[in-house]
Write a protein that binds this ligand. Structure first.
Ligand SMILES: Nc1ncnc2c1ncn2[C@@H]1O[C@H](COP(=O)(O)OP(=O)(O)OP(=O)(O)O)[C@@H](O)[C@H]1O
Length: 358
């Protein structure tokens, strides 16, 4: 079998873009203009910024958001000013989030799938440090919220949440928050990048890269992506360094997955004991899997019962560095279903870094 050459993608690092966020002026961004004066004159009312990806889930996110907006206005009327920011391109959500925080937002709510949440999480940081409000004092912090409306919405599954925007709205109105861990990753260029759900390496990351090309087929995109990634795949010897210890070699790695939460790939419970409030990451390594192992063991991967399967191991870490044994610089790395780049990469946890509505 001759494998086709895999197109080498450009790493999706965070690039600065012009933003569509504009300083809590609801009229300017499409919200009730009669509340704009109150927004500007009263800093006591809380400011919630909703970062919406209208193209998520094949455009379904945008349609559902339009239906949700009147309910949202009613539910939040007594509580806070709301600002609606629609993204117009990939990476917009990062800049929108950064500007909203600098301007004193009390909460930034990602509306969309895991990709949108991932960008909002990356907008909580800039040049390796958390972003802060410019004039709200040292005690102010911006909370993170999620209205899951994506194709996979895998992060939400860890909490048993579905793509029900009304339930999500209830959670945010209720206002209960917990300290959420955030994963941090650094490539060879030393730039920091953040993830909230699962980062993964090799076959699954390659499958994720290809599945993003088939999102128009809904959850089937993961099947198509996996089939394409299998074509020409070979298991690789990788080196890992856990918690700053010694390097050791892990032979024939099929995939190495680093979970802050439990699910990826449209419902696969890959890191089944990960706890996003637990202060560490669960690393699950699949070794020497053949294509037929996935057929035979797929139900175990989806059910999260695969940790006892031959060739599967799990460890809990504060940090893990992963590199190739023989450097070819073609081992895919993704985070939260978004292509990140290639090995080597260091992953670590920032315990309790963000207040999260849950
Ligand atoms: N206005 C836009 N136009 C095109 N793409 C966008 C826009 N805004 C954001 N994006 C990109 O869309 C991608 C997918 O978004 P999102 O994760 O919200 O939906 P999804 O892929 O359907 O859901 P999931 O990731 O949960 O499967 C993100 O990588 C993001 O960069």
């Amino acid at each position: 079998m001759v494998a086709p050459a895999t197109p080498r993608p450009t790493p999706s690092r965070i690039l600065p873009r012009a933003s569509h966020y504009s300083h809590f002026q609801p009229a300017a961004v499409g919200l009730a203009s009669d509340r704009a004066a109150a927004t500007v004159s009263s800093r006591r009312r809380r400011n919630f910024v909703f970062v919406v990806n209208p193209s998520g889930a094949n455009g379904r996110t945008g349609k559902q958001w339009k239906q949700l907006l009147p309910h949202l206005r009613t539910r939040f009327a007594d509580q806070c000013d709301i600002c609606e920011c629609l993204t117009s391109a990939p990476f917009d959500a990062i800049d929108i989030t950064r500007e909203a925080i600098k301007d004193g937002a009390d909460a930034v709510i990602a509306v969309g799938g895991d990709g949108t949440l991932h960008e909002v999480v990356n907008g909580l940081f800039c040049k390796g440090s958390p972003v802060h409000a410019l004039d709200r004092g040292p005690d102010h912090s911006t909370a993170l919220g999620l209205i899951p409306l994506g194709t996979g919405s895998d992060f939400a599954r860890t909490f048993g949440w579905t793509n029900d925007p009304h339930e999500a709205m209830d959670r945010i109105v209720r206002g209960v928050k917990s300290k959420l861990d955030i994963g941090m990753m650094e490539g060879p260029d030393g730039n920091r990048h953040y993830f909230v759900n699962v980062a993964d390496i090799h076959l699954s990351a390659k499958a994720g890269y290809f599945s993003s090309m088939y999102k128009r087929f809904g959850n089937l995109c993961y099947v198509f992506g996996a089939l394409r990634a299998f074509w020409g795949h070979s298991n690789q010897d990788l080196r890992i360094k856990v918690n700053g210890g010694e390097w050791r070699t892990i032979p024939k790695v099929t995939a190495l997955c680093i979970g802050n939460a439990k699910y990826f790939g449209g419902g696969m419970k890959i890191t089944p004991t990960a706890d996003p409030f637990g202060g560490d990451l669960e690393v699950v390594i699949l070794q020497d899997f053949k294509w037929y192992d996935f057929l035979l063991k797929l139900h175990r991967l989806y059910g999260g019962t695969h940790l006892s399967v031959t060739g599967v191991s799990s460890i809990r870490v504060q940090s893990i560095e992963v590199a190739e044994k023989e450097v070819r610089a073609d081992i895919f790395v993704q985070s939260d279903g978004e292509h990140f780049g290639f090995l080597p990469t260091k992953f670590s946890v920032l315990p309790g870094a963000v207040d999260f509505f849950c």
